[in-house]
Design a protein around this ligand. Sequence first.
Ligand code: ZN
Length: 126
Amino acid sequence: MTSNSPPPQLPAQAVVTSSFSFEAAHYLPGHPGKCHDLHGHSYKIEVSVSGPISPNGMVVDFSDIERVVNEVIVKRWDHKLLNDTLENPTAENIAATALCLLHEAGLDASKIKLFETTDGWVEVYR
Ligand SMILES: [Zn+2]
């Protein structure tokens, strides 16, 4: 095989994922336990874009994911009180809102994986 060999034909689909983190505070108004009180998390969020591999060899440029997520998610929520922008900021609602915000910003994300702790996370899909 030489460097001029054609690229392999399979797979034609790929999932491209970038990881980000932000620190934020929240409280859950209806929660019967300790999450009712104000506290913080070091959130980690993984954003995936799925699709066919285009002739340029990519589904999406990593830098495009990074630009949109930093602008729409990290800047909005890092070092903020999530209750200022979300009525009930559970991990599920944060992840679902993130997916909507990214779509509104033109990033066709297929999956969000949001870690509220290292041991607990939520996945939402489009
Ligand atoms: Zn919490």
